[in-house]
Every structure is written in structure tokens, then in C-alpha cells.
Design a protein around this ligand. Structure first.
Ligand code: TRP
Length: 339
């Protein structure tokens, strides 16, 4: 809930996978910057219940949760200002999920893109069960997400375009609950920042784990250099002019450089700078930005109990709101002590 006049901004990070440069540029860095805005109240959490929908390998879920927590802390998230917690530490969230599930039209869930895509895949594969392999977790995914958001009455939810529909569903669900039980929930809005860089990967397509074209964020220096050397270019020789549409090197450099540094980089390549040298410059730039944080990351990975302490403090802060709020909601739906 908002402190006087402040906007509550909330977003979750699903704990599958290893953070890469695309996550850093497109989501983590802007979120950490936004959390410093004195006019907003940021809630960032590790969506480990969401991870179970996509990944049924316990060690992978756990490892990813550690890596993502260490990443946000190493990059300087101020956990005094922002509330940083693990979804699974807030038992009020699954409780709210159930209350919302009982207000959610099944037809609304039938329309969810992720579910529809899975059904379509089954139909295209020609089997006789369109719901093959689809769990209730996947089907109800938007309700868990609505609970995440409504639990803290978030006003703004920064997300990628693929998540807009889920925020709209959270609004629908909140509206229906409010209509039935009284005004309890703020109606959230998705915030999609089009100016946010979508970083290309090694091959020029969007950097994404599913394309196998990522540069992991916390590679040791030598491996980072090696990965950057693999960015696809063309066969132009040193001395030949090279242009911004010819390699992902350009936008990746741009994401880490000031405007004037980027302009100089472009000019040098147009004047024939060799691809190899351009890659070396990019490596130096990225490495300079990440070197200190890399040490902090390693520190957290080596001292998981420090992260645990921070996450528990975050959970305590979050629950100081969630616990009284769920009590109010329980009463609203008719669940309360006898006398
Ligand atoms: N589903 C989101 C994603 O995959 C992660 C997420 C879970 C989330 N709960 C949320 C994002 C609540 C915003 C608000 O990106």
C-alpha cells in the first residue's frame, strides 16, 4: 500500500535461468535506478512460485534464485528503500491467489496468450488432446501474478510487452473482487518503457536464453572477452568502412557507452576500425562497468547466508503489510473467528 502520495511500483523476476547482459540492460539496471525515485515505493521480488511453472528441476530453481538475488544486490539495489523479497516467503500470496481464483472467470484464463500458445502447439502437432502437457499452474499463472500485484496494491507494474495481458487480467480480477466485496484493491497499470533498450544477442536477434545467443552477466573476465569476440560480424577487412546495421556490436556498445563515446565508436568503424579491435573496445567498456559488481556478486554467491538475512528482512517488511491486509480480505469474504 502506498505511503502518503507515493506510487507503488512492483515487479517480479521469475527465478529460472542465469542473468545475461540483456536482462541487465533491459530490466535490472532501469529497475534499480527507478527504485531510487523518492516519489515511488518499489517492491521487487523473486518469483520462485512462478519458476515452478516453467522448471521442475529443484536444483536449477534454487541455483537461479541465488544467482538472481546476488545479481540485484551486487548491482546496488538499496534494500532499505526498496522492499526486496522472495515470493515464497509471503504465505499471504498463495492465500490471496485462492481468493482471487474464486473470482476469476475460467473464460478469462482461456484467453491467456501463454495458455493459447500451448494449446495451439498441441493442435499443430496433431494429437487428440489440446491440453496435453499443460498444468493447472500454467493455466492459472495470471491469477498468481494478480495476487503478487494486488497483495501490495501496486499502481505501476514495469514489465515487458509479453506481460501486458497479465496486468490487464489482474485489473479485471481486482475489479470483479472489488465489485463483489467492496473496494479493496488498487487497479494496477502496466508500464512498458519503449525507450528501454532491447539488447541484441551474439547473432543480432534479441538476446534471449531461448535463442542460445546470450552473454551471461557474470562471466569471469577472460570468458567475457571470449564471448564478446563471438559477436557475429561480417567479412570486411580492417580499413573497410563498417556500418551500424552490420553487427550487434553497435547496439551493445551503445547500451554501455555515453552518446559521445558511441558516436566516436561509429565514426571509427566507418573509418575502417577492424572488427577485432572494436570488440576489444566493447569488452573493455562492459568489463569496466561490471568489474566491481562482479566481485560483489561473487561475495554474495560465496556467502548465501548474507542474502538469506536480507531476504528475510525484506519478507518481514512485506508481511507487515500483507498480514493485516489478508486479515481484512478474509473478513471481506466471510472468513473470520466465531466470536
Ligand atoms: N510473469 C513475470 C515474467 O515472467 C514475472 C512476474 C511474476 C511478475 N509475478 C509478477 C511481473 C508480478 C510483474 C508483477 O516476466
Amino acid at each position: 500500500m502506498s505511503q502518503a502520495g507515493k506510487q507503488t511500483v512492483l515487479t517480479g523476476i521469475t527465478t529460472t535461468g542465469t542473468p545475461h547482459l540483456g536482462n541487465y540492460v533491459g530490466a535490472i539496471k532501469p529497475a534499480i535506478e527507478a527504485s531510487r525515485d523518492p516519489n515511488s515505493n518499489a517492491y521487487y521480488f523473486l518469483a520462485d512460485y512462478h519458476a515452478l511453472i516453467k522448471c521442475q528441476q529443484p536444483e536449477q530453481v534454487h541455483q537461479s534464485t541465488r544467482e538472481i538475488a546476488a545479481t540485484w544486490l551486487a548491482l546496488g539495489l538499496d534494500t532499505e528503500q526498496a522492499t526486496f523479497y522472495r515470493q515464497s516467503d509471503i504465505p499471504e500470496i498463495p492465500e490471496l491467489t485462492w481468493m482471487l481464483t474464486c473470482q476469476t472467470a475460467k473464460g478469462l484464463m482461456n484467453r491467456a496468450h501463454a495458455y493459447k500458445a500451448a494449446v495451439q502447439e498441441n493442435e499443430e502437432a496433431g494429437g487428440n488432446d489440446p491440453d496435453k502437457g499443460i498444468t493447472m499452474g500454467l493455466f492459472c499463472y495470471p491469477i498468481l501474478m494478480a495476487a503478487d500485484i494486488l497483495m501490495f496494491n501496486a499502481h505501476k507494474v514495469p514489465v515487458g510487452k509479453d506481460q501486458i495481458q497479465h496486468i490487464e487480467m489482474a485489473r479485471d480480477i481486482a475489479q470483479r473482487f472489488n465489485h463483489h466485496y467492496g473496494e479493496h484493491f488498487v487497479l494496477p497499470e502496466a508500464v512498458v518503457d519503449d525507450s528501454r533498450a532491447v539488447l541484441p544477442g551474439l547473432d543480432g536477434r534479441k538476446m534471449s536464453k531461448s535463442y542460445g545467443n546470450t552473454i551471461p552477466l557474470w562471466l569471469p573476465e577472460k570468458k567475457l572477452r571470449k564471448a564478446i569476440m563471438k559477436i557475429v560480424t561480417n567479412s570486411k577487412e580492417p580499413g573497410e568502412p563498417k556500418f551500424a546495421d552490420e553487427s550487434a556490436l553497435f547496439p551493445i556498445y551503445q547500451a554501455f557507452a555515453s552518446d559521445s563515446e558511441y558516436a566516436a565508436f561509429v565514426a571509427d568503424l566507418e573509418n575502417g576500425l577492424a572488427w577485432g579491435e572494436a570488440k576489444q573496445r566493447l569488452f573493455e567498456k562492459v568489463n569496466a562497468e561490471l568489474a566491481d559488481a562482479r566481485e560483489a556478486y561473487q561475495h554474495y554467491m560465496d556467502h548465501p547466508q548474507e542474502m538469506e538475512t536480507i531476504l528475510r528482512q525484506g519478507a518481514e517488511k512485506a508481511r507487515s503489510e500483507a498480514t493485516p491486509f489478508i486479515q481484512r480480505l478474509r473478513r471481506a469474504v466471510g472468513i473470520q473467528a466465531m466470536g
